[in-house]
Design a protein around this ligand. Structure first.
Ligand code: SF4
Length: 213
């Protein structure tokens, strides 16, 4: 049963790694900025870019939305793909202003389905980034799926090659209680096991906490 396997995985990962307490970010807006900056790069580079924005006093919706794209790109240069990401950040800021009546809190307070549709309408925000924002910034019980999720689940025969993002997400959301804290931790724990054990090449199965499931 998928439900049993998913619960067993969570218990073992939590016992092994402990709480991950994601997502780093002092405000929901910082979490949203981080969700875009982390696309195609590691978190260390995101932190450098975030620090530059923070030092310049630009880590707020009001300040960022006024920035020219080229200048924002310079500040976030350490995160890589900085021109594209600057455009995406500004797209997101404009979306927040339009739908949130000018405030981040107003934007995130919208109903889940409406908010998800608005996030997905922003050029450069796909399902993973949208769901990160929904879970970690808006605190909705939405499961975030990424490449680590797929790798672990597929190697344990819980999904197949053609399983879609939505189907993988439904696997968790249909089989686990809708709990923001659990979904928060579970996603972070899958990233940990993916990085440390379930590597793309040469997975370290014999020492992995999920061995035998
Ligand atoms: S490393 Fe092996 S045991 Fe661990 S999650 Fe990957 S496939 Fe499973």
């Amino acid at each position: 049963m998928a439900a049993d396997a998913l619960s067993e995985m969570y218990t073992r990962l939590m016992d092994h790694f402990g709480p991950q307490s994601w997502w780093p970010g002092e405000t929901p807006f910082e979490v949203m900025v981080g969700a875009i900056l982390t696309q195609n790069t590691n978190w260390g580079n995101v932190e450098k870019a975030m620090q530059r924005l923070k030092d310049a006093g630009l880590l707020s919706l009001e300040k960022m939305v006024e920035l020219p794209s080229g200048l924002l790109a310079e500040y976030i240069r350490p995160a890589g793909y900085y021109n594209i990401k600057a455009t995406r950040l500004l797209n997101l800021c404009r979306c927040i202003v339009t739908h949130g009546v000018g405030t981040v809190a107003g934007f995130l307070a919208q109903p889940l389905t409406q908010l998800r549709a608005q996030l997905l309408s922003v050029k450069g925000i796909g399902q993973e980034t949208a769901d990160c924002i929904l879970l970690y910034a808006a605190q909705f019980p939405v499961f975030v799926v990424d490449t680590y999720t797929y790798r672990v689940l597929s190697r344990h025969n819980l999904v197949g090659e053609t399983t879609s993002y939505e189907e993988m997400q439904a696997l968790f959301m249909d089989n686990l209680n809708a709990d923001v804290k659990v979904f928060n931790e579970y996603h972070a724990l899958l990233v940990q096991v993916g990085k440390q054990y379930c590597r793309k090449k040469n997975p370290a199965c014999s020492s992995c906490p999920l061995y035998g499931i």
